[in-house]
Design a protein around this ligand. Structure first.
Ligand code: SIN
Length: 313
């Protein structure tokens, strides 16, 4: 039987497997990150960090149901130094994506500068799409006026591979505009999509919301958001420069979901909600399921079908 290759390359960064965790899912603490380093994930993404450690929003702030999840975490993290020090002490055999999410543009410049100094950080994933900050209503990913100038400033000093985690967009023109801004810069990759902002999940018995922060509003993840993830990946694949790879994120719980993300143009994928449910054993299961599909379709690698979604026939 033909050997199936499920490895991938993000602009030259080699991932032994195209599947990794999404930032925020079980990647905040020493133990969670050690588990990920020892797992068969293709890379490790750290919890989006800020300069200082943060407790995040009040509990309860995460809730799961059969079709998805809602969260309003508010960026709880131990601060960038914790993540850089953790990595410094470890022997690492796969790419590390340090996720950063400063509360201001200046904080982001500072965090990027710090990340540039660490040889253990393979790439920076700059999160411009956290929907849950009480102190900051508008996320940069939706601020089309500011984003260009902000990215221009970053590339005046940044030397590390740097990708951007984007929020979901719902109009073609928005994706076209964002892609045309990103196309002007040496962006290393994009990750799309973050959770769908400002959803509401209701406990019918209690006639109440299920999380406490922000009146129950939060970012929606999991199976229910897959069509939006696929749409964003497919549109960005159309509009972005071909040398900017896409990391797909949103609604993956099976090998079939991964296949669809790659068919839309993703070069790798991240798992959030389903990884929270299953833990690190998920990577082996998803790899097996992906290989099963590729075998059936007679594809030997991701490149055989990446971005080749057909119109209705
Ligand atoms: C959070 O910490 O609120 C989630 C982070 C994110 O969605 O980017």
């Amino acid at each position: 039987m033909k050997k199936i290759d499920t490895s991938t390359s993000i602009n030259g960064i080699k991932l032994p497997l195209c599947i990794m965790n999404a930032s925020g899912a079980l990647c905040s603490t020493n133990k969670e990150l050690s588990n990920l380093l020892n797992s068969s994930s293709g890379g490790v993404v750290t919890k989006s960090c800020t300069y200082k450690s943060r407790k995040g929003n009040v509990l309860p702030r995460y809730f799961e149901w059969d079709l998805g999840s809602i969260n309003s975490m508010g960026l709880p993290n131990y601060g960038i130094d914790f993540y850089l020090n953790f990595l410094e002490k470890k022997t690492i055999d796969k790419p590390i994506f340090l996720s950063i999410s400063g509360l201001s543009e200046e904080e982001n410049y500072f965090l990027i500068q710090k990340a540039n100094q660490s040889s253990k950080v393979t790439a920076i994933e700059l999160n411009l799409s956290c929907p849950n900050l009480i102190e900051k209503e508008n996320m940069l990913g939706y601020d089309f006026d500011k984003i260009s100038n902000f990215i221009e400033n970053i590339f005046k000093f940044n030397k590390k591979p740097l990708g951007i985690k984007l929020p979901p967009y719902f109009q073609d023109i928005h994706i076209k505009n964002v892609a045309s801004i990103l196309n002007q810069f040496p962006i290393f990759f994009i990750t799309c999509i973050n959770s769908l902002p400002n959803g509401l999940f209701i406990d019918t018995n209690k006639e109440s919301v299920v999380i406490r922060p922000k009146g129950g509003f939060g970012g929606i993840g999991g199976a229910i958001i897959k069509p939006f993830a696929l749409a964003n990946i497919h549109k960005f694949y159309t509009y972005l420069r071909k040398d900017i790879p896409i990391i797909g994120c949103g609604g993956i719980s099976s090998g079939k979901d991964i296949f669809e993300h790659i068919l839309c143009g993703a070069s790798a994928v991240q798992i959030g909600t389903q990884f929270m449910k299953e833990g690190v054993s998920i990577f082996k299961r998803l790899k097996k399921e992906l290989i099963f599909i590729l075998e059936k379709k007679n594809y030997s690698s991701l490149n055989s079908f990446k971005g080749k979604l057909k119109n209705f026939q």
